[in-house]
Design a protein around this ligand. Structure first.
Ligand code: CS2
Ligand code: MN
Length: 360
């Protein structure tokens, strides 16, 4: 496994490549062209420039998170033809620049959903958190305004203001879209892009929906073992794979994370490791916060998660996921330097222990 950190580019990230380079064991970044819109073609020149910048800092681009999917593709509208053609061109340009892993998601309207970006934990740090009650009381169109105040002036992935301007119309468009429609539209998209993925050996890695169940009456399909295996079979090509995001699948307590990983042998192309702490697991009143990566600090056994990844022979990029804001750091909630650096070291420690045991 290759330890990486997510990096949003020098214009948008408060963390620098030079800082990332000093985290022991981190050799690559997972990055993106953060100022592109879904549907836009990424030019080879821009990808090349990004690559040079990363390499000049002694790191490499281990993959992209994300090349976002335009809503019309998820909705299956006629305009998807052109948008898919553009996506293929972007993949081609990434392939020519020797980039072989692309993370994306297929969530309608909203990307991940949290109800608090800065819940104060007992130790004084702050973390992202979720309470069902808050979601139930929220008018979806107001979701953006309600969290914008906590973004510390950053633009958070999935919560770009341009996207949020159209939330109301989008809800209207998704009114009659069922989960099966969404599966069909995903299949259509994947079948179109598989040839270019095969040509350049680009592994597509779908990120789970977060939280892993339908929200605000919108269908969500990448939520559990049954659905993800359905998707793998639907387009049975190793380039159609997954981002195993422990924190996202783990929002749904019915998901057995190590078991899911083991069922996805050969199809996990990217791993996100993070811990959640459930203060109340009752689905009606559900309340959890994002915890430090250590198993003893949260509800997941990270050793078992990393062990399952190791056992299925996963060799791709892995990264700590959201961290808390600690030691007074100000930045994009979930994406500060310090707590993620601790997370990377902890996960690398687990990998070392597992590999050592293997040799015995
Ligand atoms: C991520 C998602 O930051 C996060 O919460 O888990 O934004 C993720 O990057 C996208 O859904 C992947 O396309
Ligand atoms: Mn994730």
């Amino acid at each position: 496994m290759e330890m990486t950190l997510r990096w949003y580019g020098s214009k948008f990230d408060t963390v620098t490549l030079q800082q990332i380079r000093q985290i022991p064991g981190v050799t690559g970044v997972i990055t993106t062209l953060y100022d592109t819109q879904p549907g836009e073609v990424w030019s080879q020149e821009r990808i090349h420039a990004l690559k040079e910048e990363v390499e000049a800092a002694g790191l490499r681009i281990s993959g992209i998170e994300s090349v976002n999917i335009h809503e019309d593709i998820k909705l299956g509208k006629p305009s998807r033809e052109q948008l898919i053609a553009n996506y293929i061109e972007t993949l081609e340009n990434l392939g020519k620049e020797d980039i072989h892993m692309v993370c994306y998601n297929f969530m309608p309207v909203f990307d991940w959903t949290r109800t608090e970006l800065a819940r104060v934990l007992p130790d004084g740090s702050t973390a992202l958190a979720y309470t069902q009650k808050a979601v139930d009381e929220l008018i979806p169109e107001k979701m953006f305004e309600s969290i914008a105040g906590d973004m510390n002036g950053t633009v958070m992935p999935g919560w770009e203001p341009e996207r949020m301007e159209h939330v109301k119309e989008l809800f209207e468009e998704y009114k009659d879209v069922t989960a099966d429609d969404l599966f069909d539209n995903l299949k259509y998209f994947l079948e179109k892009i598989m040839p270019v993925c095969n040509k350049y050996d680009i592994k597509m890695a779908i990120h789970p929906d977060d939280p892993a169940w339908p929200v605000f009456g919108l269908p969500r399909i990448i939520t559990c073992k049954e659905n993800i295996l359905r998707m793998m079979k639907m387009v049975d090509d190793p380039h159609n794979g997954v981002t195993f995001c422990a924190g996202s699948y783990g929002t749904n307590l019915k998901n057995d994370l190590p078991d899911m990983i083991r069922s996805l042998k050969g199809r996990v192309h990217f791993a996100h490791v993070r811990n959640l702490k459930f203060l109340d697991p009752n689905p009606e009143t559900l309340n959890f916060e994002e915890a430090p990566h250590l198993s003893r600090c949260g509800s997941f056994d990270l050793y078992e998660i990393v062990k399952a990844l190791h056992d299925i022979g996963f060799e791709g990029p892995i990264r700590p996921d959201h961290g808390r804001m600690i030691w007074g750091e100000v930045g994009m909630p979930g994406y500060g330097l310090y707590d993620r650096a601790l997370g990377a070291c902890y996960i690398n420690g687990l990998i070392e222990a597992i590999e050592k045991n293997d040799r015995k």
